[in-house]
Design a protein around this ligand. Sequence first.
Ligand code: NZQ
Ligand code: ZN
Length: 392
Amino acid sequence: MHNFKYYTPTKVVFGKGTEKQVAELIKEFGGKKVLIHYGGGSVIRSGLLQTVTDILDDAGISYILLGGAVPNPRLGLVYEGIDLCKKEGIDFILAVGGGSAIDSAKAIGYGVANEGDVWDFYDYKREATGCLPLGVILTLSATGSEMSDSSVITKEEGLVKRGYSSDFSRPKFAIMNPELTMTLPDYQTACGCTDIMMHTMERYFTQGANMEITDAIAEGLLRTVMNNAKILVKDPKNYEARAEVMWAGSLAHNDLTGCGNDGGDWMAHKLEHELGGLFDVAHGAGLAAVWGSWARYVYLNCLPRFKKFALNVMNVENSGSDEEIALKGIEAMEDFYREIHMPTNLRELGVDATDEQLVEMAHKCAVGVGGAMGSAKLLDEQDMLAIFRACR
Ligand code: NZQ
Ligand code: ZN
């Protein structure tokens, strides 16, 4: 087992009607003038934004609004948000939405608390020394950004999608009412479940030391999300299933499922970020599309973990060679993706990429990870290209 740090300072307020506590939570964390940041309008259509502004009005908390965070959120809006916050003397950001609104809020928070170009952090040129405090009202269970230290931003020029992680950006509070996710299109619900599982699997398929307790949590989380994702395909308004998935989403990416391992593989995510940057696909769907090709490319190098996964998560029968069992586990996972209507290759994702585009993505990916990355198997640019070609 490796040494580890576990830091999850976010105050979680979970359950029906919890958004009503937003004003007292903002006050608890010192917010006096708030930027409410949201996406393309789902929170207007659902009435959530109106509820929030009414509550802040009643509590005498002043605020300004900035919507427009798109899936794969853009740097341009981040710059706009930073200027707005500085001009208006904002001291707290409230993100209302999914991972894109939250990540955009985090980037704005970095830009206000640090001099210079905020992209420097996403370009790995320097480290942030702070972030404006932020809180979250979550409307989509997926990224875990409501408790994570990460944010992912796309720079319009060159369509470069990059993540930056630091504890400064961990939200002060996260309001999680599973009912708020009931207005989601089925596709986004399935994308979210896929992303949640992938955050756990990235930490599971690793070399070297592991912890039994961490594996047990990870395997239980994966089984729970699979069960409830299937329930939500048929019964999208099922509160219990929404709640199971929502809490799993936070636990999957607040580092709980990585304690004691080597930090994770993360290559499926890095490959997907190239797809998101170039083709603007939904993150979870992009992950499902690359995962099978990634898994088949690396599994022999990480056979004990793929076998354990097949037996403990995918319920594969314990007969045949380790290799056969591992492959059955990969196939079973792809069957699950199909069952929840997720793609298992680029064609099903709706991406008709040319070979030049695959070469470009592999190159950008390799540059983004500093040459090579991966724990299940270390992958360089040629490996990345081979995986992209395999999932075409
Ligand atoms: O923009 P609006 O109108 O709000 O609509 C959104 C968007 O179209 C919609 N939506 C959200 N909640 C809804 C809803 N529609 C109806 N009812 C609701 N309750 O869903 C669409 C997708 O929203 P988005 O926020 O983009 O999705 P998600 O939460 O999956 O976030 C994806 C982004 O997060 C990044 C991804 O790369 C991607 O850019 N990630 C962030 C991570 C982190 N910060 O820790 C980790 C992840 O691995 C991931 O990379
Ligand atoms: Zn993800």
